[in-house]
Design a protein around this ligand. Structure first.
Ligand code: ADP
Ligand code: ASP
Ligand code: MG
Length: 405
């Protein structure tokens, strides 16, 4: 059995006509000799609509009930897609995350997949049915429904592909593939024929919303062949995700912008060993993604510690940070919300100082102040003011020669 996993995002199943197109595409794949397992997202902006409904009822709904609610979006699309396939004369079965054997931890709204029991899916495939799986959801050992975090259907798809030992995993979306930057913001972004897992993973983590970061991580770890392509224009090849970037010369491959972060500064923290440990270890159990930590130089026995976190985590972690401030006698924290993280990504780029200096020079030329910098072998990120972030993205993208013209 040659299994292929295909994932169709929200825009790709946004209405009846598009669901019919997906059905036809899936049947075409089956007719080529594959056993398709199809993962779908909720139709169009359904997930956003559900979230806003919940907030009208309760401004702080529990994450368990949020997951119960959000999972209904995907349940609608799997049933409709299965019906569309049956209407075209093929056999199909829709399965929720739980029915597909997807077990997760109990971190509601941000759950991680622990295991997948593929017995049911394999049984349906051997019955010659096309299997349609609800993306973005799973269940705990107690049977509670969980979701994997926004954009999590990509991770469902790759995790299933790995568990089923599929030939490949195809991600169908509303653009032609992976571009050098978000093509909706920068009109002349270039489509990449290929990109390495490492580069795509970094871009995804740094705010390129096109792929859920954990999906890329899983594909890389398991060497799962991954393709990102258009759900509307099947004639296009899309972008192939490859093991390594063969190019010898370090080169910027993509530019990303993340506007969904905040900068937290804790001024006047006593300068003594163990203090950073105290602050960050207090955040461990909150499952928060801390980024860009900066500790400035000691002034009169005190340091200022700044870091960035996703805006959605802010409320949740404030009490813990304030408790730290009280305990060590630091000054009240300063939260800056109108910041953005602009990053350039490419294998080996920090080995060529011309690239870093070019980036900083361009930002300087635009009259923008860089508030924080962080680097790794594969990326350079700068925190800048949000008001000029899109302009900086366009200009930096152009500066590194990534435009189509
Ligand atoms: P889906 O519903 O198919 O999962 P998403 O909205 O999650 O689609 O992801 C596709 C979107 O990602 C595109 O419409 C595009 O605006 C955005 N995007 C951001 N950065 C990139 C990039 N570098 N390449 C391609 N798309 C990108
Ligand atoms: N429907 C979910 C979301 O909008 C999951 C996904 O689309 O991948 O985030
Ligand atoms: Mg997505």
């Amino acid at each position: 059995m040659k299994i292929i996993v295909q994932k169709y995002g929200g825009t790709s199943v946004a209405n009846v006509e598009r669901i019919r197109n997906v059905a036809a595409r899936v049947i075409e794949t089956k007719n080529k000799g594959f056993s398709p397992v199809v993962v779908v997202s909720a139709m169009g902006d359904t997930t956003d609509v559900l979230i806003s409904l919940a907030k009208q009822i309760n401004p702080k709904p529990s994450t368990r009930e949020m997951d119960m609610l959000m999972a209904t979006g995907e349940q609608t699309s799997i049933a409709l897609l299965a019906m569309a396939i049956e209407a075209l004369g093929e056999r199909a079965v829709s399965l929720t995350g739980a029915q597909s054997g997807i077990k997760t931890d109990d971190f509601f709204s941000k759950a991680k997949i622990d295991s997948i029991d593929t017995i049911r899916i394999k049984k349906e495939l051997s019955d010659d049915k096309i299997v349609i799986v609800a993306g973005f959801q799973g269940a705990t050992d107690d049977g509670d429904i969980t979701t994997l975090g926004r954009g999590g259907s990509d991770t469902t798809a790759v995790a299933l592909a790995v568990a089923l030992d599929a030939e490949k995993c195809e991600i169908y979306t509303d653009v032609l593939g992976i571009y050098t930057t978000d093509p909706r913001i920068v009109k002349d972004a270039s489509l990449l024929e290929s990109i390495s897992y490492d580069e795509l993973l970094e871009m995804a983590k740094l705010g390129a919303g096109v792929m859920h970061p954990r999906s890329v991580e899983l594909a890389r770890k398991n060497k799962m062949p991954l393709i990102v392509r258009s759900a509307f224009d099947y004639g296009q090849d899309g972008t192939e995700i490859i093991e390594v970037n063969e190019m010898e010369k370090a080169q910027v491959r993509g530019v990303t912008l993340d506007e969904d972060i905040v900068r937290i500064s804790v001024p006047n923290v006593p300068d003594r060993p163990g203090i950073a440990y105290k602050l960050f270890s207090s955040l461990i159990n909150l499952n928060v993604h801390i980024d860009m930590i900066l500790q400035n130089l000691n002034h009169d026995g005190f340091n200022d510690i700044s870091f960035t976190v996703p805006v959605d985590d802010l409320e949740r972690i404030l009490p813990t940070i304030n408790a730290f401030v009280d305990e060590v006698g630091a000054s009240p924290i300063v939260v800056k919300k109108d910041v953005a993280k602009l990053s350039i990504v490419g294998t080996g780029i920090t080995s060529d100082v011309k690239i870093a200096s070019g980036l900083f020079g361009k930002i300087y030329e635009l009259g923008i102040n860089i508030e924080m910098i962080s680097t790794s072998e594969i990326k350079i990120s700068c925190i800048i003011d949000q008001s000029q972030a899109k302009q900086a993205l366009e200009e930096v993208h152009k500066y590194f020669g990534l435009n189509t013209q």
